[in-house]
Design a binder for this molecule. Structure first.
Ligand code: S3P
Length: 448
């Protein structure tokens, strides 16, 4: 059988595919790495605070390393990022970032590039160029550049400012009232960062609530930030206060826990406990959908750690029902949709995902990639412009599959392989390192 090709028809044949043997079960305890969204924010906010920020539990993966490298290139001292070690950021203050002599390389990380645009737009008199890998250079940036331009920002790039490389010429920014064009925490966070040094208050209005880690953490650092509106989605920042270095404890990433939640729910005999998972309500859509499906999930030892809710999750195998998701639920589980598509293959009935066109502009077009790769395993699904319909209880068979360079696709396909009849092989498994470098070791240990 030949490897299933990526969207561009290419498959990297130099790196050996990973064997994913069929059969067996999963049991034991796993501690997922730190939350990616919170890790980026802790580094960025620490950099523009005054004094030292100590970060415990920072995700030691490629995406946060990209953020740290960009900050170092602008004169910020960030201690080495190593698993299990606290990270220290020596803040340079709101206006202390130096003009970098080189292009800022954001790697594969949309969060790095978008938040950085907001952070740099108001650094008057300084010039910055941001770029990244082939995936990031194809992702839309106008959604950030356009609202920032309303505040006075000057950002130029390919496709009339939509595609990186992007050049930012720092400008004085004006406080504004801005409705964001898409429900995106990255867009919102970029505007909140720009608002910190504008000449007056800025209010950001979101079309639907998105993850609120920036709001929580900016407040903890001392920003004057108020959340209001019917759904709490009017966020106002008043410039002025100095941000002060903090101690940040990063909880485990529920988006990484999602692979084990689905793996545990679909694999016969499975019983898994996932420790120290962030349970911020803006991120727990995956738990609500799995519960609706009838999954056997318990939340244990729920507590608050440094301003974020945290708990242990226990999941056991059991029968699942099909689900439908759309509307405001989508931003609450946007990164979990690839693995939810795998869960749908094992549920009774047809599951429907709609209102999820945003998935087409993630690290890959995740609707197309998951449809292509799950079809290679025998799934019966239909791809729609804004979602997928997936017929459940269709037996998956072992296949030659490909992450197509997307970390969440790589791990979702590994979960699918657990219930396939026959062995699978995954091309480009190394993509997982973007958010979960220890995933393959954890998988081997939990299967043993
Ligand atoms: C993120 C927000 C989401 C998510 C991404 C991380 C963040 O993107 O998909 O993985 O840290 O703010 P959007 O804001 O584009 O929805």
């Amino acid at each position: 059988m030949s490897p299933s090709a990526g969207a561009d028809g290419s498959v990297d044949l130099l790196v050996a595919p990973l064997a994913l043997p069929a059969g067996g079960s999963l049991s034991g305890t796993v501690k997922v790495p730190g939350d990616k969204s919170i890790s980026h924010r802790a580094l960025l906010f620490g950099a523009i605070a005054e004094g030292r920020t100590r970060i415990d539990g920072l995700l030691p993966a490629e995406d946060p390393l990209s953020t740290a490298a960009c900050l170092r290139a602008m004169g910020v001292t960030v201690s080495p990022i190593e698993a299990g070690e606290p990270v220290l950021v020596e803040g340079v203050g709101l206006d202390g970032l130096q003009e970098p002599a080189q292009v800022l390389d954001c790697g594969n990380s949309g969060t790095t590039m978008r938040l950085m645009l907001g952070l740099l737009a108001g650094r008057r008199g300084r010039h910055f160029v941001l770029s990244g890998d082939a995936s990031l250079r194809s992702r839309p940036m106008r959604r950030v550049g356009e609202p920032l331009a309303q505040m006075g920002a000057r950002i130029h790039g390919r496709q009339d400012g939509n595609l990186a490389p992007l050049a930012v010429q720092g400008q004085p920014l004006h406080g504004s009232v801005i409705g964001t064009p898409v429900a995106s925490a990255q867009v919102k966070s970029a505007l909140l960062l720009a608002a910190l040094t504008a000449d007056g208050p800025t209010t950001v209005i979101e079309p639907a609530p998105t993850r609120d880690h920036s709001e929580r953490m900016l407040r903890a650092f001392g920003a004057d930030l108020e959340v209001g509106g019917d759904l709490g989605r009017f966020i106002t920042v008043r410039p002025g206060p100095t941000l002060r270095g903090q101690s940040v404890v990063v909880p485990g990433d529920i988006s990484s826990a999602a692979f084990w939640l689905v793996a545990g729910a679909i694999t016969p005999g499975a019983d898994l406990t996932i420790e120290n998972v962030g349970l911020n309500p803006s991120r727990t859509g995956i738990l609500e959908v799995l519960e609706r499906m009838g999954a056997r999930i318990e939340v244990l030892n729920a507590r608050d750690v440094a301003g974020e809710p945290v708990g242990e999750l226990r999941v056991r195998h059991g029968p699942l029902r099909a689900f439908s998701i759309e509307g405001p639920m989508i931003p609450r589980l946007v990164d979990e949709i690839p693995v939810l598509a795998v869960a749908a293959c094992c549920a009774d009935g047809t599951s429907r995902i709609s209102g999820a066109a945003e998935l087409r502009v993630k690290e890959t077009d995740r609707l197309a990639v998951m449809a292509r790769q799950l079809t290679a395993m025998g799934a019966r699904l239909e791809e729609h412009p804004d979602g997928l319909s997936i017929a459940g209880l269709t037996p998956l068979h072992g296949a030659e599959v490909d992450s197509e360079t997307d970390h969440r696709v790589a791990m979702s396909l590994a979960v699918a392989s657990l219930v396939a009849l026959g062995d699978s092989r995954l091309h480009r498994p190394e993509a997982a390192a973007v958010s979960y470098p220890g995933f393959w070791d954890d998988l081997a240990r939990l299967r043993a």
